[in-house]
Ligand binder design. Structure first.
Ligand code: PRX
Length: 685
């Protein structure tokens, strides 16, 4: 049996031929944490979980752990059980006083004429303690409380996260580009009573009113039966509240005067149990409702600390720049927790990478002397298209070039390696997920050869397999694609889904676990829902999601979420969302709609309404780049929309067996509409 979503062997060979290995730049080994694989020889997957005990030494504990790996409640694995620690103390206090004056973050405003602002480790701790004092003493935040943070890329964002962590509260950061509705949904699910937000921020040359979203969020929270006690507002400019949306007395609090009153208060870090929650990060899945991935302390922090050494090779004082947004897991693990645990100096950039021109990232990297640079295939595709010459002769001192979030095409990989890195830097393609907390597949920059398009082998101590539809491992070098699984647990893996144990087990373990009563971790392969192919030498190539998740520009979007948004338009009768291959974004959102009574005649009106509704309900990241108005959807006899058929049509693939559809005749009509990018209005079916 084959999986209809995965490419067939001939398609694989055409699209993803096995590439040559490229040796790592030899000079990297001189200074690297892992100069060769033998450095980590103790991390043998066969010895699981014992080698991971060594990772605990990367952290500072207030109480030592007793049980390395607690498997008493499968598959809810717990790491370093019995231990206690505080995350903010691990990323800040531990470096002091030695690193007091070392810059933790250079904040770079989007406008080049505006002065960057820097914050040392000492100053960052002071800001974290001050905000923690406000949260604790003015708003009664307790350990275990959830606090929602809806902030753009400003210094206030890591400060807010770490202030929560200092108090043992669980932060739930919502990406600033998400709509008020998305924010409200997350507040309601997590039961947060506080929202930390900002007045305005800059993006793409515009000043965006962010506070307006907080008002709308609050209204939606109330409508949903929740209640926000307070909305705390940071201002982008120290003294000036710049939003046209006024502060509402009683509910809204301008943070500056509150912080001024508490400045200098020392707030001792609250020790937390290793497996208490540190943060929630909501992620899209196959159903309409985003899942709250709950990450803990010991396992998560140990794993990000380890991967910052092994994969990013960060050393104290290194200059590092990850262009992701802190509002996603990449930013949590590899802009905030990991880099601060490693004691590096990071750039924190407010805006879009190629503003005002595609030379901006290279100018910044040169000016600050960035050694380790971290971005996504989408950003690379855009930079390459806009300015194929890359950084030119005045190259920044890049040694490690990291990519994450989507499959990277070999041509784009080679541009990164040859033009951006002048073949002197290692390219590291890291595969992981919100759920895994940190890297799972990656090459080690000084130790492993690289292969364009392959994320590489699992990290030391872990094991993966690519399974066929019956759950049998495909041999390395197989002509077939299969489903990737992680066959050993990983310390970075989330604790579970907030408030939904059953969904956690079903989503990640339901497919390949054969014995739900087993206490043996070997019976619980973790299924990330990605298709993959395994090379002859065990390197893994990720082919993309095999569930209803679309990866557009590295943003993970649930098809069902976008469909529900479209269905909120009263005259939309049916909606189906599929991924459309896209040369810039990897995948784009393709929306099929069938219209019902009351629909406007004008196709432009239909399009505008759908675009605005999706943007308002989710955010501009879910923008439907393609819209097809169709008379009917392909359906099974039980009335289920066959997205697989739609996906095949938009990708120009054979839709496969359509004989079992209730309405096979519709397929040729749809094929014509797709071929004509037909937004032409069809009469309501
Ligand atoms: O499909 C994989 C893709 O992104 C998904 C995870 O998305 P998210 O939880 O938002 O985390 C993104 C940052 C880690 C995965 O299931 N993905 C992630 N990294 C890669 C990738 N696809 C191919 N290559 C990668 N390096």
């Amino acid at each position: 049996m084959t999986n209809p979503v995965l490419p067939t062997p001939p398609e694989l060979d055409a699209l993803w031929p096995e590439e040559r290995l490229i040796p790592p730049p030899p000079h990297l080994a001189r200074r690297a944490h892992v100069p060769s694989r033998s450095t980590l020889a103790a991390f043998r997957a066969e010895d699981f979980p014992h080698p991971f005990a060594a990772l605990a030494d990367l952290l500072v504990w207030t109480r030592p752990w007793r049980t390395l790996f607690d498997d008493s409640h499968p598959p809810f694995w717990r790491w370093f059980e019995g231990g206690e620690l505080n995350a903010s103390a691990n990323v800040l206090d531990r470096h002091l006083p030695a690193a007091h004056g070392r810059v933790a973050y250079h904040w770079i405003p989007e406008e080049e004429s505006e002065e960057p602002r820097s914050l040392t480790y000492g100053e960052l701790l002071e800001r974290v303690e001050t905000l923690a004092a406000v949260l604790r003493d003015d708003f009664g935040v307790h350990p275990g409380d959830r606090v929602t943070i809806h902030l753009p890329m400003s210094l206030d964002l890591p400060v807010a996260m770490l202030a929560c962590a200092r108090l043992g509260a669980i932060h739930s950061v919502v990406f600033s580009g998400f709509s008020a509705r998305a924010c409200a949904e997350r507040i309601l699910d997590s039961g947060s009573r506080l929202l930390i937000t900002a007045d305005v921020y800059r993006r793409g040359g515009a000043i965006l009113d962010h506070k307006a979203k907080a008002d709308e969020t609050d209204a939606l929270v109330t409508e949903g039966g929740g209640r926000l006690d307070a909305v705390l507002v940071f201002t982008r400019d120290a003294e000036r509240y710049a939003s046209p949306t006024p502060l509402r007395s009683g509910r809204d609090h301008h943070l500056n005067p509150l912080l001024a009153r508490r400045r200098g208060t020392r707030v001792p870090p609250v020790p937390r149990a290793s497996n208490d929650g540190l943060f929630l990060m909501y992620s899209s899945g196959t159903t309409g409702k985003p899942k709250g991935c709950l990450h803990g302390h010991g396992g998560y922090l140990a794993w990000v600390a380890a991967t910052c050494r092994w994969v990013l090779d960060l050393h104290p004082g290194d200059v590092y720049w990850c262009m992701a947004d802190i509002g996603w897991i990449t930013g949590h693990s590899y802009i905030v927790y990991g880099p601060l645990l490693s004691g590096v100096t990071s750039l924190l950039y407010e805006g879009v990478p190629h503003y005002p021109d595609p030379g901006r990232p290279w100018r910044l990297a040169r000016r600050y002397g960035v050694r380790v640079f971290h971005t996504s295939p989408t950003a690379l595709r855009a930079l390459r298209r806009l300015a194929p010459e890359g950084p030119g002769l005045e190259r920044p001192p890049f040694e490690i070039l990291v990519t994450v979030g989507e499959p990277i095409e070999p041509e784009v990989w080679r541009w990164y390696h040859e033009t951006v890195g002048a073949r002197r830097a290692a390219v590291v393609d890291t595969w992981w997920q919100t759920e895994t907390g940190g890297h799972i597949l990656a090459t080690l920059p000084a130790a492993d050869p690289m292969r364009p398009g392959s994320a590489g082998p699992p990290l030391p101590g872990l094991e993966v397999a690519v399974l066929d539809e019956e759950g049998r491992p495909l041999p390395p070098g197989s002509k077939h694609a299969g489903t990737l699984v992680l066959t050993t647990p990983c310390p970075g893996l989330m604790l579970g889904l907030w408030g939904d144990e059953e969904r956690y087990v079903r989503t990640y373990y339901g497919r390949f676990n054969r014995n739900p009563h087993s206490h043996d971790w070997r019976d619980w392969p973790y299924c990330p829902n990605d298709g993959a192919r395994i090379d002859t030498d065990g390197y893994v190539r990720i082919l993309g999601r095999i569930d209803d998740v679309i990866n557009s520009s590295g943003h993970r979007l649930g098809s069902k979420e976008i469909e529900s948004a479209a269905l909120a338009v009263p005259w939309v009768a049916e909606a189906a969302v599929v991924a459309v291959p896209d040369t810039l974004r990897g995948q784009a959102v393709g929306l099929f709609v069938a219209l019902g009574p009351g629909a406007p005649e004008d196709p432009a009106h239909v399009r505008r309404t759908l675009e605005e509704t999706v943007s308002a309900r989710i955010g501009p990241i879910a923008h439907p780049h393609h819209l097809w108005v169709v008379p009917d959807m392909p359906k099974t006899r039980s009335g289920k929309i066959m997205r697989r058929v739609l996906a095949a049509l938009v990708a120009g693939r054979d839709p496969g067996d359509i004989a079992t559809l209730a309405n096979p005749e519709v397929v040729s009509v749809l094929a014509e509409i797709v071929a004509g990018e037909g937004t032409a209005r069809q009469p309501p079916g």
